[in-house]
Design a protein around this ligand. Sequence first.
Ligand SMILES: Cc1ncc(COP(=O)(O)O)c(C=O)c1O
Length: 426
Amino acid sequence: MNHDKITELRQRYLGPSLRFSYTEPLHIVKGKGQYLFSTDGQRYLDCVNNIQHVGHCHPKVVEAAKNQYEKLNTNTRYLDETIICYARDIIETMPDGLDICFFTNSGSEANDLALRIARNSAKNNETIVLDGAYHGNLSSLIEISPYKHNGPGGNGTPDHVHVIPMPDSFRGKFRGEGCTENYVQEVQKKINKIKMRSDTGFTFIFESLMGCGGQLIAPEGFFHKTTALVESSFGLCIADEVQIGFGRMGSHFWGFDSECIVPDIVTLGKSMGNGHPLSAVITTRELAEQFNNGMEYFNSFGGNPVSCAVGQAVMDVIKDEELQANASKVGAYLLDELESLHASHGIIGDIRGRGLFIGIELVKNSNLEPARKEAHIIVNQMKEKRVLLSTDGPDHNVIKIKPPMVFNKENADKLVNKLNETLSEL
Ligand SMILES: Cc1ncc(COP(=O)(O)O)c(C=O)c1O
């Protein structure tokens, strides 16, 4: 089918609230490693699909899926070696105490289950979240995602949800070095409010590096101090690793590790299955036992042997191809090269990142007016130069870079050169 025919059928059959990535949509027919190929045979450098973590269509992942599909696909109600070995391998990457795994099928499902586990123990649904956060598309998660419920079509923040300002030292409520304590105080205020309502527990859910929040790194020590405060106030911490986990940080396998914290619950997704729907909740035995309150937890597809074989192959490839070390090395190189653009392009307000998770915040002037329109134009022009990026952040003025982890130095050079060209043409 040609471009126009697919567009027509899409309009006829798919929900109108779905969006395209670019003004002129791409028709991609093949993927390999960090590259995508369009119908006309053009090769695009993919700098944004973090889901295809070990590279598009990695042969070992494809083979694992095929082999397991040919053998068996059931569910977690049977004894199965593939499922249990994979759960063990995931848990071995976690800090001591995070010993129990529940499998689910999407980041949203994982976060919903994490909330159920936490709220079951807290005995209430009071939840602290970061402004600008996105945790998924289920009703329970739109409620705790200011990115959505305070955006177009949203119904605002529900009464049981307590939003703290985004810990953003560049344009946030408190700026510059030394603002950590101010943000921690905001958390304290919300805890005080919750404690006035009831003396039971509560939940704090966060991404250690915010994705939809604009590839944001919190001021030093913020998460360490905040999670300590939450724990001493009998709250539970959920670390959402859906975007940032599996070695993307380079220095650490998990984002929360890079902030030196140990949460009570961790949620995984996206990259876990390299595009196959697979996610998980990891928690303590104590919380899992409390959740075992008589109601069976069953998930038709969560943890099926095919998904687990795929997940295992992803873990094996990360290790065998040393992709965490690659994220560290190439990410550091890319950050350095991007920094060199900073001085020559006034529109660049801030460049930040860790490993292969990088954001470039664009501003119009010294008042930090968000350059939203310009960010949109740049991403579309970069697409014309066969480099795929996207934008995010509350003002949609942050260019996101989160490529498949096989991204190399040559790719980094191409990205920086094309970006330099595009910024100069703006
Ligand atoms: C941090 C975070 N959590 C959860 C989700 C939801 O994951 P999914 O789209 O797989 O349901 C997303 C999706 O973008 C996300 O960025």
